[in-house]
Design a binder for this molecule. Structure first.
Ligand code: IPD
Length: 260
C-alpha cells in the first residue's frame, strides 16, 4: 500500500480513538470560534495528534488543518485535515461525525480517508487505485457507488436542513420528488461511497470539509463538483452518482440561482 495512504488510515484510527474519549460526555466544553462555528478540546487534540504524526513521518510535507491553519511544505505533498467533520453532531452525541484526511501531490488530489469512529466505518481511496470500505468488522472491500440515473426514488443527503437554499432548490426539496434526508455529516460520504445513497449537497463548507472526496468519489465511480459561493469565503458541493450529476448541476447551478 502507498506509504501515505497507510499512514492516513492509521492516523484516522488514532485520531478516532481520541474523539471517543470525549464523545457523549456531559462535561464536554464547547467554545465558539471567530466564524461562530463551535469547537471542542477534542477537535484540537485530534488535529494536534495528526499534525505530530505527519511531521514525524513526512517532515517535508505541508499541512492545512481546520483548527491550526497552514504549515507550508517543500516536498510537493500537502495534507488537508478536518479533525472532526460534524462538530455540531459530535457535541450533541450524534455518531455521524468523522475525521477527514486528504493528501495531494504536484498532480492534484492523491488520497483521501473518511473515518466515522463512533460507528467504526471507514472509506478511503487513492488516485488510480480505487476506493475501499472498511466496515466495523470484517474484511476491507472495494466499493462502487450506485448507478442511479433518475431523480425519482433517489436518496439525497444533506447535513443541515435546507434553510440556506433558495428556489428552485428549496421547491425541489419540498416537492417529494426525491427522498431527502438530513444530518448527513461525515457519514453521508460513507453512505454515498458504499452505494447506500445517491447524492449529497453540501453548502457553506471549506476545502477541508471536502478534500478526501475529491479522490474517493471518482475512484468509486461517482462525480463531484465544488464551487466558490459568490461573495463568501465558502464552498458548495454537489456529489452524486455519475448518472445524476449533470442533471443536478444543470438544475441547480447552471441557472445561476441556487448553488452557489
Ligand atoms: C461541517 C460539515 C457539514 C457542512 C457544514 C460544515 P465542521 O463541518 O462539513 O457537512 O454542512 O457546513 O461546517 O465544521 O463540523 O468540520
Amino acid at each position: 500500500m502507498d506509504i501515505r495512504l497507510d499512514a492516513a488510515i492509521r492516523m484516522a484510527q488514532a485520531g478516532g480513538k481520541i474523539t471517543l474519549d470525549y464523545f457523549n460526555r456531559p462535561d464536554l466544553r464547547v467554545e465558539t470560534k471567530a466564524d461562530l462555528s463551535p469547537v471542542t478540546a477534542a477537535d484540537r487534540a485530534v488535529e494536534q495528534c495528526l499534525r505530530d504524526r505527519i511531521r514525524e513521518a513526512f517532515p517535508e510535507d505541508g499541512i492545512v488543518g481546520e483548527e491550526y491553519g497552514v504549515d507550508a511544505g517543500t516536498s510537493g505533498y500537502t495534507w488537508t485535515i478536518d479533525p472532526i467533520d460534524g462538530t455540531k453532531s459530535f457535541i450533541h452525541g450524534v455518531p455521524l461525525y468523522g475525521l477527514l484526511i486528504a493528501c495531494s501531490d504536484v498532480d492534484g488530489p492523491l488520497l483521501g480517508v473518511v473515518y466515522v469512529p463512533a460507528l467504526g466505518e471507514m472509506v478511503y481511496g487513492i488516485r488510480g487505485g480505487g476506493a475501499f470500505y472498511k466496515p466495523s468488522s470484517g474484511p476491507v472491500r472495494p466499493v462502487t457507488m450506485r448507478t442511479t440515473e433518475t431523480l425519482d426514488r433517489t436518496a439525497m443527503v444533506l447535513t443541515s436542513g435546507f434553510e440556506w437554499a433558495t428556489s428552485p432548490m428549496k421547491d425541489f426539496f419540498m416537492s417529494g420528488e426525491t427522498m431527502v434526508r438530513t444530518w448527513g455529516d461525515a457519514y453521508a460520504w460513507i453512505l454515498l461511497t458504499t452505494g447506500r445513497a445517491d447524492a449529497m449537497i453540501d453548502h457553506g463548507i471549506k476545502e477541508y470539509d471536502i478534500a478526501p472526496l475529491r479522490v474517493i468519489i471518482p475512484e468509486a465511480g461517482g462525480a463531484i463538483s465544488v464551487w466558490q459561493i459568490p461573495g463568501r469565503d465558502d464552498l458548495a458541493a454537489i456529489v452524486s452518482t455519475k448518472g445524476l450529476h449533470s442533471q443536478l448541476v444543470t438544475r441547480f447551478v447552471d441557472d445561476g440561482v441556487s448553488l452557489p
